[in-house]
Design a protein around this ligand. Structure first.
Ligand code: ATR
Length: 275
């Protein structure tokens, strides 16, 4: 009697014990009627260890790996040196999904598209939308291209350290003609004012309980915080001003669904997940 060998997947991070990815992907596998093994993989925080973990995993027959903090940029470097990178990962400067393509390492980034897919499922209008992103780190960089591809017409990046917002706008415009074409603006966080369709919190302030220094004159129809898990001050603030709000849990599910689809070809309905 032949035995089915489950396909093997991992999520690599440090810390990693808190990751919900194994449970999420096991539910996807059930939906797709596949048998998989999906493990959390701790890795020491340096590039040599990360590269060794990735090589050992794929040499051992692994099918796909998710990459989380603090390795997304290191994964990008590894793919740039030894393999191939998707357009979304190239503009994001970060890789969250690894697989082999024609025997070579391939890196993609599903975070930004997972985010946009969540906004679409919430029915938040993106066509011609005027959008402000708070923060100029990796999370901000990863959503710019998918948002513009989804049809937004204006983008402002506001950051505590204004020089970083300036640098990010320059880098993004250089990396993508699609981004350059809408000529994103930048400003200091406390200078952001006026009315936006959508405001997105992509800072890491998240669950610290601290409040962002926002002007009273700053308003929006929709406010999104990429964090999840507790009451988020930014969402309380804008919901009191009448905006619709969402945390980032739906983004987590949807970036995972896109990774699963890349690895297995199976189309997943992330709303059926119960975690
Ligand atoms: P990530 O990859 O999660 O985006 P990051 O690259 O470290 O993380 O970026 C963190 C972002 O959160 C930055 O935009 C940072 O602002 P600075 O560039 O000024 O550091 C922002 N951030 C973190 N803590 C903040 C705070 N207390 N108030 C305002 N912005 C904050």
């Amino acid at each position: 009697m032949s035995q089915i060998i489950p396909q093997h997947f991992i999520v690599i991070g440090n810390p990693i014990a808190h990751s919900k990815s194994p449970e999420i992907h096991q539910q996807f596998a059930k939906q797709a009627q596949l048998q998989i093994r999906y493990n959390r993989q701790y890795c020491p925080d340096n590039a040599a260890s990360f590269n060794a973990v990735v090589n050992a995993f794929f040499n051992g027959g692994g099918i796909g790996a998710n990459v989380t903090v603090p390795f997304k940029q290191i994964a990008y470097q590894l793919c740039a040196e030894e393999g191939e990178i998707s357009a979304h990962a190239r503009v994001a400067g970060a890789v969250n999904t690894l697989m082999l393509k024609d025997g070579a390492l391939y890196g993609d980034n599903t975070d930004g598209q997972g985010f946009v897919n969540h906004l679409i499922s919430l029915d938040w209008p993106l066509k011609e939308a005027k959008v402000a992103i708070l923060g100029a780190g990796g999370a901000s960089r990863g959503v710019a291209l998918p948002l513009i591809e989804a049809g937004i017409s204006q983008l402002t990046i506001a950051n505590r350290t204004v020089s970083k917002a300036d640098d990010l706008v320059t880098q993004l415009s250089k990396a993508s003609p699609v981004i350059k074409a809408i000529a994103p603006n930048f400003c200091a966080l406390e200078q952001l004012h006026g009315e936006f369709d959508i405001i997105i919190n992509a800072t890491s302030i998240g669950l610290s309980g601290d409040k962002l220094p926002l002007q009273d004159s700053l308003n929006c129809h929709y406010a999104y915080d990429m964090m999840y898990g507790r009451q988020l001050p930014l969402l309380t603030h804008f919901s009191q001003k009448g905006a619709q709000v969402s945390d980032g849990y739906g983004m987590l599910l949807r970036q995972a669904a896109l990774s699963f689809q890349l690895w297995t070809g199976a189309i997943i309905d992330p709303t059926l997940t119960t975690i």
